[in-house]
Design a protein around this ligand. Structure first.
Ligand SMILES: CC(C)(COP(=O)(O)OP(=O)(O)OC[C@H]1O[C@@H](n2cnc3c(N)ncnc32)[C@H](O)[C@@H]1OP(=O)(O)O)[C@@H](O)C(=O)NCCC(=O)NCCS
Length: 158
């Protein structure tokens, strides 16, 4: 499948694919109850960040937006293409751009937490009342010893 996947990038200041990203995020939110950010926050944050996007034909199937400090704001993979390494590939793209990669994940989002820990993130702390609805979040950081960083550094070295 990956041979047909095309990568695109929206750098800071560009929102060329923001609408498609918003639609994928909203599909996941309504089906799974995660990625609850409001539109205003999403669009503003998207414009300020660098977003790696993966397309299959002309359909957006996954994206990750990261701030200049390597903090992942949004990570979303369409449900029909999960488990194929796309989420890991997007995190690796961020890791390739930044010395340090971090993120928050809702404490009840077991799938995301299992994914992040599996690829080498470590929980740094639990933050109460992190979300607007009062939900708790874990703050996670990609471990320095994570195999991901080493494994992908070869792939991306130019
Ligand atoms: C979390 C998410 C990004 C994972 O994307 P994905 O493309 O399915 O993940 P990958 O296929 O790249 O998985 C990478 C590795 O993590 C493992 N993994 C993925 N999901 C997992 C889970 N729920 N539990 C345990 N391991 C998991 C995979 O088995 C794979 O292991 P491997 O490298 O040993 O083969 C995706 O499920 C998603 O978009 N969820 C909804 C949105 C969301 O919660 N985003 C995060 C908000 S903080």
């Amino acid at each position: 499948m990956s041979v047909n996947v095309e990568k695109r990038v929206d750098g800071p200041g560009s929102d060329e694919h923001a609408e498609q990203a918003w639609e994928l995020k909203e599909r996941i939110r309504s089906d799974e109850g995660v990625l609850k950010q409001r539109r205003r926050f999403f669009v503003d944050a998207y414009r300020r960040s660098k977003t790696h996007l993966l397309f299959l034909d002309e359909d957006l199937i996954a994206f990750a937006s990261a701030r200049r400090d390597g903090y992942i704001l949004f990570l979303a993979v369409a449900p029909e293409v999960r488990g194929e390494g796309l989420g890991k590939r997007l995190v690796a793209e961020v890791a390739n751009d930044h010395g340090s990669v971090s993120c928050h994940a809702r404490a009840t989002n077991e799938e995301a937490l299992a994914f992040y820990e599996h690829i080498g993130f470590e929980i740094e702390r639990l933050i109460e009342n992190y979300y607007e609805d009062g939900g708790e979040a874990y703050y996670l950081r990609l471990g320095e010893k994570s195999g991901l960083r080493e494994k992908f550094s070869d792939l991306f070295r130019r």
